[in-house]
Design a protein around this ligand. Structure first.
Ligand code: SAM
Length: 380
């Protein structure tokens, strides 16, 4: 049976999420700044968790109704056949996003919905599942706006940005999904070199390797919300993973090079790449970004410098950003250069005219990906 599926992503990623959904063969019914609505059965929802690089939550809709009071919310949520979806011995949590005059605190919506769910299961099965705030078991997501309430099984549970490979995050790491989106924005798909100076914990290089190998990002995770529902079919899940596995490439048509001035960062990046199973596809080196030597053949050079808010010093960083401009001009001809930063003033210090800009969000911070065309022989 096909249900509505809402796939969420932070601002800036949903354009790429929409393309991922279409490429995987699903229709797009609606696309907004923080999510894309499609449809499918539960197997499709599991497949989306496995395949999508930019998605945060895959929400499988199990109810939609008019709702104008907390009591109505309880009644309607209680009508959903939860005993067919949530095992009695499962741990469940409810999250919500609600705007209604009767609601001052969404925790009240969570509690009202949770009561409706566990009361229903108690009435049908004689026992209540445990509940609490952790997203490690079954997760139910309630979205209540303009008198309409949608109730979803959050088949992801913890956000899909937590791929499971980043054991050593270091300072200011990029979210894995954001790193994937930024690479997709550059158009790099495994053809050509991918050079990542200032690699930090290695997120961009690791995501590039996963993209280049066409490896499903979800293959690394050992927990999903859907594991904790009665709709989960382990045989189907194994088939989905097997299919994804058979789509993988053995090699990438270009080099992935990750460098950083910090030995600690390179050690962490190597360990993370090992957990992700891609360490043999990335070359690591301790090096000042300005000394990174690029292989011939062109490709993408992507740099995520510090922004000067949490780390580093503004004045020093001005020098660093100017240095990135010089590095692009002098050493990266024939490549496309990218800088991902949350500091527009510092981006101005690069001193090159960007060809395109993409807006992303990292937590609450607006960030931009600047693209520079670095033609061989150009005078800038
Ligand atoms: C914002 S962090 C990068 C985070 C990374 N994208 C991640 O996901 O972990 C910036 C990195 O630049 C490195 N760095 C700072 N100055 C550098 C320089 N001159 N040359 C090379 N790396 C440098 C720092 O050691 C730090 O790891």
């Amino acid at each position: 049976m096909k249900n509505t599926i809402l796939v969420t992503a932070p601002r800036g990623l949903s354009t790429f999420l929409k393309s991922e959904i279409e490429e995987a063969g699903y229709p797009v019914h609606w696309a907004g700044p923080s999510g894309v609505e499609t449809e499918g059965d539960f197997n499709d929802a599991m497949r989306m968790n496995l395949l999508f690089r930019t998605a945060h939550h895959v929400l499988y809709r199990v109810g939609k109704f008019k709702c104008d009071s907390p009591d109505e919310l309880y009644t309607q949520v209680n009508r959903i056949p939860w005993e067919t979806m949530i095992p009695v011995d499962e741990y469940l949590s409810v999250v919500s996003n609600a705007v209604h005059p009767s609601i001052r605190d969404t925790r009240f919506v969570n509690m009202k919905s949770k009561d409706a769910i566990v009361d229903r299961i108690m009435a049908r099965k004689g026992r209540r599942p445990d509940s609490g705030p952790d997203r490690t078991g079954a997760v139910i997501s309630v979205f209540w706006r303009e008198g309409i309430c949608s109730v979803y099984l959050d088949t992801s549970g913890e956000p899909l940005s937590k791929r499971g490979y980043r054991r050593i995050p270091l300072h200011a790491p990029m979210q894995e999904t954001l790193a994937a989106g930024v690479i997709l924005a550059s158009g790099w798909n495994g053809n050509g070199n991918f050079i990542n100076p200032m690699c930090g914990s290695g997120t961009l290089a690791i995501e590039a390797a996963l993209i280049g190998l066409n490896r499903a990002p979800g293959i690394l995770r050992d927990n999903y919300g859907f594991f904790h529902t009665l709709l989960f079919n382990n045989e189907n899940w194994k088939v989905l993973k097997q299919n994804a596995f058979s789509e993988q490439k053995k090699q990438i048509n270009g080099k992935i090079l990750a460098t950083d001035i910090s030995i600690e960062a390179i050690e962490a990046a190597k360990k993370n790449a090992k957990v992700a199973g891609v360490e043999s596809h990335i070359e690591f080196a301790v090096s000042d970004f300005a000394e990174t030597s690029l292989p011939s053949g062109g490709g993408v050079v992507m740099i995520n410098p510090e922004y000067g808010f949490r780390l580093g010093d503004q004045k020093d960083l001005e020098e660093t950003y100017r240095g990135i401009g010089n590095f692009f001009k002098n050493r990266c001809q024939g490549y496309k250069g990218y800088v991902f930063t949350g500091n527009t003033a510092l981006a101005g210090k690069i001193g090159l005219k960007s060809k395109r800009k993409f807006l992303f969000q990292s937590g609450k911070l607006d960030c931009r990906l600047y693209e520079y065309e670095l033609y061989a022989g150009s005078k800038f």
